[in-house]
Design a protein around this ligand. Structure first.
Ligand code: TYC
Length: 112
């Protein structure tokens, strides 16, 4: 909170009126955002990656296919940007599902 000194100009009580005005504007700092990324590997089936993107990131089949291919060619891609809690949940969901199917698919988060 910010404090400002103020002085009233013309009160006629013979006293100099000093006071403190408090700026009550709330400091609304935005929470940091986190990129969730998936990484390429040589073993996870393309269809599995597409299914993951549809299921956990709400992408259409076409969007999932395109992003999977980007990761396949470039090595990694950002899948989405979320609050820290949501980003961690997405990473956990992806890794858990990959492990359940014995695929080495990796997913990480990074502060934006
Ligand atoms: N490179 C994998 C393959 O050829 C496909 C793949 C794409 C794997 C994206 C992981 O994040 C990934 N089967």
């Amino acid at each position: 909170m910010q404090a400002y000194w103020i002085m009233s100009a013309n009160s006629d009580d013979g006293e100099d009126d000093f006071g403190v005005a408090l700026d009550t504007r709330p400091k609304t700092k935005r929470p940091p955002l986190y990129k969730v990324m998936i990484l390429n590997d040589d073993y996870t089936p393309m269809e599995f990656v597409i299914m993951i993107l549809e299921r956990f990131f709400g992408m259409t089949h076409q969007e999932s296919f395109d992003l999977m291919l980007t990761v396949h060619k470039k090595g990694l891609a950002v899948v989405g940007v979320f609050s820290h809690e949501i980003a961690e949940t997405k990473v956990t969901q992806v890794i858990d599902m990959a492990q359940k199917h014995s695929h080495p698919l990796q997913c990480t988060l990074e502060k934006e």
